[in-house]
Design a protein around this ligand. Structure first.
Ligand SMILES: Cc1ncc(COP(=O)(O)O)c(C=O)c1O
Length: 487
C-alpha cells in the first residue's frame, strides 16, 4: 500500500478532496488502478497522505457516486469493473473533411429557400457599425440582473430546473408585462392573454403557423421587416405589399386582394420610421374589421420616442379583438435574452399556448423569474429612462453629423423614435458600391433595398445608432462622406 500512486499539494487552491478525486480518477483511467483492485481504507489512506479522514471519505464518495469505485459491505472499496466513460463516451470517428451535402439529398421547398435569407452580416470589431438592431448592451445593469438570477436560482430549489407547468410562461412575468403595457402603451389585456415567447421572431412564426394555410394572403408594409415576411412565406402565404409614406402605412392604398393577416409597425414603421397617426390607426382598424383581417402589430421599439406623448397601441384602440400584439425585450434590455411576448385576443390565447408548447415547450424559466422582478422592482423603467436620454443624444449627434457632412445631399427619415433612422442619399453610386466603399473606410451600413419586396430603396440606407458612441458616430459619418466623395 505504500506505493499507492497519489500525491496531494496542500498549497494548491483546489480543495484536497478534489485533488484526491482527480488523481484517483486519472490513475483508474490510465490503468494504474485496474478493475477490481481494492483501494485502501479511508483511515489508512488518510494516514498515508497526511490528510484528514473526512477528506478521503469525501473524495471516495465522489468517485463512488460517479461509478469509478464501488463499495461492498464486508469487502471494502474497489475499482469498478465498468467505468462510466464506457457508458457515456462513444468510440471516436474520423471527422469529415468538409461540410459538403451528400449528393441526392433533396431539401424541402422551405429548406431550399433558406439560401436566399439575408442575415445581418457581422461587422469586424474595428468597424464603426451602424447595424440597425443593436441596443447599447454595455449599458445594461448586469449587477442587478445577476443578483435577480441568483435570487431565483438559490431561492426556488430544484423545481426551477424542471419543465414549467405553464406553457404561456411564468405567471408573475405575464402579470408584470400586462401591467407595464397598460401603463406605457395603453394595451388592454389581462395576464392570461400574454404568451411569453423567445423573442418577437417566435411570436411571428407562431402567428403564421396558427393562422395561415398555404395560399392565404398577408398584407405587409413596403418596405418592411424581412423577419416577418419570411415567417409568413414559410407557411406558404402570398404577400401583398402595402405602400408606406412618411406617416406609415396608407389606409387608402391598402391592397384589395383577400388577406387573413396584415402585419404593421405603427409606432415606428420599419425601416422608414413613420409614426402612424391616430386617424390612420382608426381607419386601419375599421378596414381590418370590415374585411375580417387580423392585424399583427409589431411594437418592437416604441419605448424610445423623442418628443410628444406616445399614441396608444392599435391593440388598445380596438374594441373587436382584431389585433395580435407583439413586443420584445431585445431592444429595451438585450437581444440575447430572447424573451418577447404575444398578446393574443382572449379567444385565441389557448391555441397559441398549445402552439408554443409544441414548438419548444416553454421559454427558459430562470430568466423569466428574474425578468418579472426586474420589471416589478422598477429596474426596467429606470433603465428605459437612462437609455432614452442616451439614444436621444446619439440620435441628435448622428443627425447633426449627416447634415454637416452631406448637407442638401441627404434626406433623413424617421428620426423621432427608435434606435435607427433611414437616409436617402443623392448619389450617382449604386447601393452596393456605397456599402462597399463604406466597408473599405471601416463603416458598416445597411442597404435599405433588402427591405423591399419589389424594386425600391435606391440611395436609401438604414443607420442604427443605439450601440455607437457619439465620438464614433461623428467619426463614422466623416469617414463615410470622405469615402463617397462628391459621388
Ligand atoms: C421590426 C422588428 N421586429 C422585431 C424585432 C426584434 O426581434 P426579436 O425580438 O426576435 O429579437 C426587430 C429586430 O431588429 C425588428 O426590427
Amino acid at each position: 500500500m505504500m506505493e499507492f500512486p497519489i500525491t496531494l499539494d496542500p498549497r494548491s487552491p483546489q480543495p484536497l478532496y478534489r485533488q484526491l478525486y482527480e488523481e484517483m480518477r486519472r490513475s483508474i483511467l490510465k490503468g494504474r488502478l485496474g478493475a477490481g483492485d481494492r483501494v485502501p481504507s479511508s483511515r489508512s489512506l488518510a494516514r498515508l497522505l497526511g490528510v484528514s479522514r473526512a477528506t478521503v471519505t469525501q473524495g471516495y464518495e465522489q468517485l463512488i457516486s460517479e461509478g469509478y469505485l464501488q463499495a461492498a459491505v464486508g469487502s471494502g472499496t474497489s475499482v469498478s469493473a465498468e467505468l462510466p466513460e464506457e457508458w457515456i463516451e462513444a468510440a471516436p470517428v474520423a471527422k469529415p473533411a468538409a461540410a459538403v451535402r451528400r449528393p441526392g439529398v433533396r431539401l424541402s421547398k422551405f429548406g431550399a429557400s433558406l439560401g436566399e435569407i439575408v442575415r445581418e452580416p457581422a461587422d469586424a470589431p474595428q468597424v464603426i457599425s451602424f447595424q440597425y438592431c443593436r441596443p447599447a448592451v454595455d449599458q445594461f445593469p448586469v449587477e442587478d440582473w445577476r443578483r435577480l438570477l441568483m435570487r431565483h436560482y438559490r431561492g426556488r430549489g430544484p423545481a426551477i430546473l424542471d419543465y414549467a407547468g405553464d406553457g404561456r410562461g411564468h405567471a408573475p412575468l405575464r402579470q408584470a408585462i400586462a401591467a407595464y403595457l397598460a401603463r406605457s402603451r395603453a394595451v388592454r389585456c389581462d395576464a392570461d392573454q400574454v404568451i411569453i415567447v423567445n423573442g418577437s421572431q417566435q411570436a411571428l412564426h407562431l402567428i403564421a403557423q396558427v393562422m395561415l394555410d398555404r395560399g392565404d394572403g398577408v398584407v405587409v408594409e413596403e418596405p418592411g421587416y424581412p423577419g416577418a415576411r419570411h415567417a409568413f412565406l414559410m407557411q406558404g402565404a402570398h404577400l401583398h405589399a402595402a405602400p408606406v409614406d412618411a406617416g406609415g402605412i396608407v389606409p387608402e392604398r391598402l391592397p384589395a386582394a383577400p388577406a387573413k393577416l396584415a402585419y404593421v409597425t405603427p409606432s415606428h414603421q420599419f425601416p422608414t420610421g413613420g409614426i402612424l397617426s391616430l386617424q390612420r390607426r382608426l381607419e386601419l382598424l375599421a378596414w381590418a374589421e370590415s374585411r375580417g383581417v387580423l392585424i399583427v402589430e409589431d411594437d418592437y421599439d416604441s419605448e424610445f420616442r423623442y418628443g410628444g406623448r406616445p399614441i396608444p397601441a392599435l391593440q388598445g384602440l380596438d374594441p373587436n379583438e382584431t389585433v395580435l400584439y407583439v413586443g420584445t425585450f431585445s431592444k429595451v434590455l438585450f437581444p440575447a435574452l430572447r424573451i418577447g411576448y404575444l398578446v393574443a385576443p382572449r379567444g385565441l390565447a389557448d391555441v397559441f399556448e398549445r402552439a408554443k408548447w409544441l414548438a419548444d415547450r416553454h421559454t427558459p424559466t430562470l430568466e423569466q423569474c428574474a425578468l418579472a422582478d426586474f420589471i416589478r422592482e422598477g429596474h426596467l423603467e429606470r433603465h428605459l429612462r437612462r437609455m432614452r436620454l442616451l439614444y436621444d443624444k446619439r440620435r441628435q449627434t448622428l443627425v447633426r453629423a449627416l447634415r454637416v457632412h452631406f448637407g442638401a445631399r441627404v434626406t433623413i427619415l424617421g428620426e423621432d423614435s427608435g434606435m435607427h433612422l433611414m437616409i436617402e442619399l443623392r448619389t450617382a453610386l449604386g447601393n452596393a458600391e456605397v456599402v462597399r466603399r463604406a466597408a473599405q473606410a471601416g463603416v458598416g451600413l445597411n442597404d435599405a433595398g433588402i427591405y423591399y419586396l419589389g424594386a425600391g430603396g435606391e440611395g436609401a440606407f438604414v443607420l442604427g445608432y443605439g450601440a455607437v458612441s457619439e465620438r464614433k458616430i461623428q467619426e463614422g459619418v466623416r469617414r463615410l462622406a470622405a469615402a463617397l466623395g462628391g459621388g
